[in-house]
Design a binder for this molecule. Structure first.
Ligand code: ADP
Length: 524
């Protein structure tokens, strides 16, 4: 380090200054010439200087000569101000860009040093770098800002969810799993239970007025448990999925509600349900409608079947009577045949409607026993050939007509399915087109047989294919021109599925359709 003024002033000054944890420099107050500085100061200064000025070369030179252009003018102004006014300067976290453009932060002071005549002769600059502290604080501030922004998002989402829950038509309740207290209920839940919302919050579920009526009740022909039974089940950890329950409101009104539950688990304590969420849906209107529908079906059954049976009976008697009396009047024969066919058709329709209702009420049971499926198929085809006046060919593959295909099935219902498929083939193709009923059997796959009904009719549009097995679905372009209700295939699918079989269709519009059934056989 060049000529050392401080060292000359005191024998230990140099050592002290070199080991101080601050950066120190002495400037001439007149021309701001850097007189001397400790190593720390010079090392720091090098970071701001052009490479050729580094390494103590600034000592002995005025500040204006070595300070980099632009950024330093503020510093020179500060030094000048202290030299002129004698007022010390203290700067905190002053930013300064290094030669490489990195921003650094400094706490520094400039003190004036006076001579015996009170003249300012030196300026003593001391400083410490606080870049790390400032950066750490800036990062903490950024993190805090981000946290605040995230909090705003969470708060907005919370408010949104709250509004959503408050406006949902479904009743929602949260119940504390430890004490059975209702900790949250939305207005729909209060309305459903017939209680003021405020009375519900904090109420113990088992002390709820509706809990008093704690017996199973018969409603709409079924035994249903009260809602709080289901809540107790949910509290024991059972997951409820659309359970039918009833609510006896304080005014005596009975509500049927579907109830589902889900445990709300604590993320920290694995597997422990802290709260239970319960969702109710009022289905009283649907239940009433269903009840009306059932009543309607039962009326159809009784009120239409009886006269129909009488009509069928008289038609049969008329036919026998005409035969016995040798009355071969073609008009009478046609009339009797028509009466019989149309009333049979009506009977089938009523039966189908009733079957749909039975499926909905889990009362659609199969009367299965062992039969020869091939015999049933041959019988249905022969019957259709005799009554329809259409060319219906029975094609056997891997089989003889005299073979047997033993299977366990409800014969009446399988006959119904086959009739339906052949009737559709007749209905949806012109009278000059052939219909094939094919049975494929391979001894290698003796656990099942493939039955196909093929027509060359109107076919089914690709967009309709996924829907035609649905209840009351009819392909659009046909609905007006060909009569039907769209229930035959729905029942067929249901019947085949209940026998463990599979039914599907392949069809090309304008070319024809093939309905296939894979049906399980007895393997013993
Ligand atoms: P329905 O014939 O009484 O309308 P189905 O349930 O038997 O009722 O059939 C449902 C629909 O599937 C029919 O309306 C028709 O659009 C279509 N469909 C069924 N079979 C055929 C077929 N063989 N060819 C063309 N379309 C058919």
């Amino acid at each position: 380090m060049g000529s050392n003024i401080i060292a000359r002033m005191h024998p230990y000054a140099h050592t002290i200054l070199e080991h101080m944890p601050v950066r120190v420099a002495l400037y001439d107050a007149q021309n701001l010439c850097l007189l001397d500085a400790n190593t720390r100061y010079l090392q720091a200064l090098d970071r701001f200087l052009e490479p050729e000025l580094r390494g103590c070369k600034a000592i002995g030179h005025c500040m204006i000569e070595w300070t980099p252009k632009g950024s330093s003018s503020d510093f020179i102004a500060i030094f000048r101000q202290v030299a002129e006014t004698g007022k010390p300067y203290h700067g905190e976290e002053v930013a300064a860009a290094t030669h490489e453009g990195l921003i650094t932060y400094w706490n520094f002071a400039i003190e004036p040093i006076l001579d015996g005549n009170e003249q300012i002769i030196y300026l003593l600059q001391t400083g410490t770098e606080v870049t790390r502290q400032v950066q750490a604080r800036q990062q903490a501030e950024q993190a805090q800002n981000a946290l605040q922004a995230a909090n705003v998002v969470v708060e907005n989402e919370r408010a949104y969810l709250h509004t959503l829950l408050e406006q949902l038509p479904e009743g929602i309740m949260i119940i504390d799993a430890t004490d059975g207290c209702i900790s949250y209920a939305n207005p729909a839940a209060a309305q459903l239970l017939g209680m003021p919302l405020n009375d519900m919050l904090g109420t113990l579920v088992h002390r709820h007025p509706a809990a008093q009526l704690s017996t199973l009740t018969r409603l709409y022909g079924r035994t249903i448990a009260p809602w709080n039974f289901a809540v107790v089940r949910a509290l024991t950890g059972e997951r409820l999925n659309s359970e039918e329950t009833f609510v006896a409101q304080p005014d005596g009104k009975m509500i049927v509600a579907l109830m589902s539950s889900a445990p709300l688990r604590t993320p920290t304590v694995q597997g422990v349900a802290r709260e239970i969420a319960i969702v109710f849906q009022d289905i009283t209107v649907q239940k009433t409608l269903e009840q009306h529908k059932n009543e309607f079906f039962s009326v159809i059954n009784h009120e239409l079947r009886t006269p129909l049976t009488i009509i069928q009976g008289y038609a049969e008697m008329l036919r026998i009577h005409a035969e016995q009396a040798d009355l071969f009047d073609p008009f009478i024969t046609t009339a009797v045949t028509n009466i019989t066919e149309q009333s049979d058709q009506l009977c089938r329709l009523i039966e189908d409607m009733l079957n749909i209702s039975r499926i909905e009420h889990a009362q659609f049971v199969m009367q299965r026993s062992s039969h020869d499926l091939l015999h049933t198929i041959i019988h249905v085809v022969e019957n259709q050939v005799a009554t329809s006046k259409r060319t219906i060919a029975l094609k056997l593959d891997g089989l003889q007509k005299s073979d047997t295909l033993m299977a366990n099935f409800d014969e009446e219902r399988i006959i119904q399915v086959l009739h339906n498929l052949i009737n559709n083939a007749i209905k949806y193709s012109s009278s000059d087109k052939n219909i094939d009923v094919c049975v494929y059997y391979t001894p290698a796959r003796k656990q099942s047989v493939l039955i196909q009904v093929k027509d060359q009719g109107v076919g089914i549009a690709e967009s309709e294919l996924p829907h035609i097995f649905k209840r009351f679905h009819r392909a659009h372009q046909l609905t007006t021109s060909i009569s039907g209700f769209g229930i035959g295939l729905y029942l067929a699918k249901e019947i085949i599925a209940r026998h463990g079989g599979h039914i599907w269709v392949e069809s090309t519009e304008g070319v024809g359709s093939t309905f296939s059934i894979e049906f399980p056989l007895d393997t013993q």
